[in-house]
Write a protein that binds this ligand. Sequence first.
Ligand SMILES: CC(=O)N[C@H]1[C@@H](OP(=O)(O)OP(=O)(O)OC[C@H]2O[C@@H](n3ccc(=O)[nH]c3=O)[C@H](O)[C@@H]2O)O[C@H](CO)[C@@H](O)[C@@H]1O
Ligand SMILES: C=C(OP(=O)(O)O)C(=O)O
Length: 492
Amino acid sequence: MAKIIVRGGQRLEGTVRVSGAKNAVLPILAASLLATEGSSVIHDVPLLDDVMTIKNVLASLGAQVTYEDEKMKIAVPIISNYEAPYELVRKMRASFLVMGPLLARIGHVRISLPGGCAIGTRPIDQHLKGFEAMGATITFGQGFVAAKSDGKLKGAKVYLDVASVGATENIMMAAALADGTTTIENAAREPEIVDLANYINAMGGKVRGAGTGTIRIEGVERLHGANHNVIPDRVEAGTYMIAAAITGGDVFVEGAIADHLAPIISKMEEMGVEIEENDNGLRVRASSKLKAVDVKTLPHPGFPTDMQSQMMALLLASEGTSVVTETVFENRFMHVEEFKKMSAQIKVEGRSAIVTGGVPLSGAKVTATDLRAGAALICAGLIADGETEVTGLHHVDRGYVNITSKLAALGADIKRVSAEAEQLADSPAIAEDVVASRVTVEADHVIITDTGNKQVPDGVVLTELQEEAVEADFAAKRDNDAVVLKVQPTWA
Ligand SMILES: CC(=O)N[C@H]1[C@@H](OP(=O)(O)OP(=O)(O)OC[C@H]2O[C@@H](n3ccc(=O)[nH]c3=O)[C@H](O)[C@@H]2O)O[C@H](CO)[C@@H](O)[C@@H]1O
Ligand SMILES: C=C(OP(=O)(O)O)C(=O)O
């Protein structure tokens, strides 16, 4: 089982670059299905499992998609399929975001019901209510939901009962090609909604009011491909801000946008963390003891639920008692039991968790119950006594690009061990001189801490070119103590 191993006690220092936002890029890639002409080039697309899943969903619908160097090119001259496959929807709920674009473009879509997940039941009634208001007929059967429209969708007034991010996005995309104007009332106001609206407008769409509670979408005849830069990931940025503060560190979070992070900055400042904004990011320093504060999650611009568990980790390191209230998802306290394994004192009462700060944390074996819980456990591991082993990394890989190496570059004592690397380390088949090296196998590269040989473990296949590069690299770095081999392990 792959795991991240953190040894607590290192103060973080330096600069960390924020990747493109997962929650912005997923709807943006789905919206690319709306363009009948030209191709789109999306920049700052993070290398995440969720991004690969949506890429596969788009390809399964007929899109031509390529991805290289954080750049995704998409052209969809024709849609060859109206059904998003179960295998992909099952992996990621956001696959549901192709529903609006498909309905708008070809008037027909069938998609496997995503079901509940660890953090809550997550119904889709508001998405469907919007499509119905625009004239679509909705049917259910065999675990699927289908939407059909006779002719074009019609602009409509939609009032959302909850300010759902996904429903706002899906309805916005469906409305972009509808006949007439659609108004979404009680729309979600998250920065990712604004990013999606900017992309639709760059494609030739007419979306106004994104970022406020009322969005107006005037349908247009057709949309074309466009260039777009995805906004930086505010949740990833917030996670590194917490990692910096929890270790009493001094970290520059490059790319973080203060406006997107306002509720997080404000809570952290209340605790005594110093946050300085400059042109290209935020400097986060924590030099004094942190104060306990109460936190309540709310739709934007309230405190984001996606930062609740990481904030809880920081509260564990503060002086005093805090109350954390989760109002967005009904079951987003699964990390509490994991924190308790690290000696944390937390009591859950309904939708609130009472957190006793200042109790020393001890390293333990813990499991990421969702992607943010995984990040929060890693943050707690940074200050725990001894070693913390975090498993359940498939969650973390959905939303964090290279979290291990980003934290290690800031000085954390952290490494990722793949299941295969563990097996390799135990394998008698590995030559003695390889065993003498320390081998860490990451998703797409192998690090050998050199003890004077350049062999790679059995099971790692090098192409001829890679072998040459290894020779050259090795010769150049013989005096250093680590050789990084950029190879594709056979299991990747
Ligand atoms: C890919 C993506 O962008 N995911 C984010 C998005 O998820 P997602 O878009 O799924 O979250 P929503 O904003 O839709 O959900 C908010 C609340 O509304 C409820 N609801 C939602 C839709 C609906 O039709 N009916 C209904 O009752 C949900 O159960 C939940 O309690 O916003 C969440 C809330 O900020 C974040 O935690 C997720 O990281
Ligand atoms: C809950 C999250 O994502 P998703 O909506 O994709 O499950 C998240 O990003 O924390």
